[in-house]
Design a binder for this molecule. Structure first.
Ligand SMILES: Nc1ncnc2c1ncn2[C@@H]1O[C@H](COP(=O)(O)OP(=O)(O)O)[C@@H](O)[C@H]1O
Ligand SMILES: [Mg+2]
Length: 312
């Protein structure tokens, strides 16, 4: 309970927050936003053995990746710069450090337990689930060139394809309806290690489709080809979809929008996964004025370190 309380309470008392304190101006606008991750590395999810990849699984993965490279639809994506942080180019930039910090936390968790399929959800719409899923996937990809599969599991309000500038269909709903196979729904842009399943055509029965057993089959079929499968989900308080998908995942991150998500709903979202696959909280869109002291200190320190290293 404390872990979810801490960042939520932090609206009134930012300095007491023990979560990762990272800053960002995640857009090119003047709005400064901060993402905080709680400490998933310190949260034990009992009884889950670390992932051990056998030679057979590794060989299967290589074979499947090869098949994906040959058969998946490749197109030119046009990422939306308002939603996608740039991880290439300059060594530092708005928002990157926050996602790197989150990635580092998750990598620590992976050293101790199985963590391949990661669900991103929140209590309500517009809290940043899609933003976090898309940019975390990028952060993981850019550091280690891991094999990433990003999945739009929000069959109700699909936005991930818009952030990536990728096609919407055929996608997950088409696969779950039996109208497409995995090679038809997995998309690839210009990066050979970054694959994406969009949500697909609009359907009237998303929960039933997610529950029909085909999602489990899909994840089992493709798992060996990827290091990470990151799934964007609908808000957990409003519809059951995120809980259904979470049953198939190793971990859940709950996004909380600072100063906006009502405390009781944040708690409710947390309680849905507590004792199961809950990993931590990402506190999104924190007012950067509240963390001024923090980044002033680090920026100043970085500048000092830089100038000390220079020969004059
Ligand atoms: N930290 C952030 N910085 C800048 N824009 C953000 C941030 N988090 C979310 N947004 C923007 O807010 C809007 C809603 O976010 P989104 O991820 O689509 O919410 P959700 O998936 O929870 O409904 C999107 O336009 C998104 O790009
Ligand atoms: Mg969304």
């Amino acid at each position: 309970m404390d872990r979810i309380n801490a960042p939520t309470k932090a609206r009134g008392d930012e300095t007491s927050n023990k979560a990762v304190d990272t800053r960002a101006n995640t857009t090119e606008s003047n709005e400064r936003t901060v993402i905080r991750s709680s400490e998933p590395s310190s949260i034990a999810v009992g009884g889950v053995p670390p992932a051990v990849v056998s030679d057979t699984e590794a060989a299967e993965g290589t074979g499947l990746r090869q098949a994906l490279m040959e058969r998946c639809v490749q197109s030119r994506w046009s990422p939306d710069p308002r939603s996608m942080i740039r991880f290439d180019g300059q060594p530092s930039g708005p928002g990157r450090e926050e996602f790197r910090a989150l990635r580092a936390r998750l990598n620590l968790v992976r050293e101790r337990q199985r963590l391949q399929k990661l669900l991103i959800t929140s209590a309500l719409p517009e809290e940043g689930k899609t933003f976090v899923a898309a940019n975390l996937a990028q952060a993981v990809f850019w550091q280690q060139e891991r094999q990433i599969l990003l999945v739009d599991g929000d069959l109700r309000a699909s936005h991930l394809h818009l952030a990536l500038g990728a096609p919407l269909a055929p996608g997950l709903s088409d696969y779950l309806s039996g109208n497409a196979d995995e090679f038809a729904i997995i998309k690839r842009g210009s990066q050979p290690n970054f694959f994406f399943i969009p949500s697909g055509r609009t359907v009237s029965n998303p929960t039933e489709l997610l529950e029909n057993g085909k999602l489990r089959v899909l994840l089992q079929r493709v798992a060996s080809a990827f290091d990470w499968i990151i799934i964007d989900a609908p808000p957990v308080v409003l519809v059951p979809d995120a809980k259904v998908i979470a049953e198939l995942c190793d971990g859940v991150l709950v996004v909380i929008r600072a100063g906006e998500t009502p405390f009781d709903l944040a708690q409710k979202a947390y309680s849905e996964f507590r004792g199961k696959s809950f990993l931590g909280v990402v506190l999104n869109r924190v007012d950067a004025r509240l963390t001024y002291g923090y980044h002033y200190y680090y920026e100043r320190k970085a500048r000092t370190a830089g100038s000390n290293g220079k020969k004059r």
